[in-house]
Ligand binder design. Sequence first.
Ligand SMILES: [Zn+2]
Length: 311
Amino acid sequence: MALIADSLIGHQEQLQKLKDLLQKDLLSHAYLFVGSQGIGKKLFARAFCQISMCQNRGCGKCGDCLKIESNQHESLLYIEPDGAQIKISQAQDIHQFLNLKSTTPRRFVIIENAHQMNVQAANSLLKVMEEPPQNTHFILISPTEQSVLKTLRSRSQLIRFAPLSKEQIQSKMNLPDWILNASHGRFDMIQILMTPEMDNLRKKAFQIIQNSQSLSLKQTFSDLKETVRDRETALYVILCWMQFLRDLSFYKSNIPTIIHADHLDLLESLKSLPDEKIFSLFEIAKQVEKDIQGNVDRVLAFENWTLEYTT
Ligand SMILES: [Zn+2]
């Protein structure tokens, strides 16, 4: 699929607004796209660049369209943080790009995670963002407006993006309910959750919950050690468990928004667990998550949890 806009989910209102401005030749020189991580802001930016830079307003077939799709267009510069920051050397790359002669009627600089731009880099771009060369446009992308340096914010037109609804996602992708619920409208989460590896991990996480009712502490420990082989998998397992505990308390109160709705049997079998117990398990899970994020040894971090669960 060469027309990027065809793979967009949602955000049609924003697309129409920008297309109208493009049509009237009123496109601003800088935009700031804000909205939660993983809802398709970058895809949207690329889709809009393709429509703007194609002579036929986005045909999906011409050389410009194809080069944009494969991220190889010389009139589109994409910048993202190098490590934790967007640095001055990257701002210099932008200047260099702008000094080149444009080969297309319009050209774009997309700056992903613009809130991570350091002050030095931002300062060096202020003038060029205010008065860029003709038909050059900046698109800054960030989860929130406030996190972007004020000097950059004040030079950009704000465009907000809402999280995707379950219906919007479901209209394009046929997903199991639990993925829809667990992804909270985040496209990046869906992709992670759909990998066979993650699906397997989730199965194992639930197996351990199930088994830990009858298994010995020792067995549970060895299961855990086997499952959580690194920091990321440990964080994912703990996320599954926190979601499960949330589900359990909702299930007990007959609230219908269950994330892991394919584990109703397990929820039913645990519904006699007192609320205080669920709450304390959730608190421990949160602590375990914090410990793992803080680089505490993951097996030690899980020890707390297992002790509480099996006593
Ligand atoms: Zn085209």
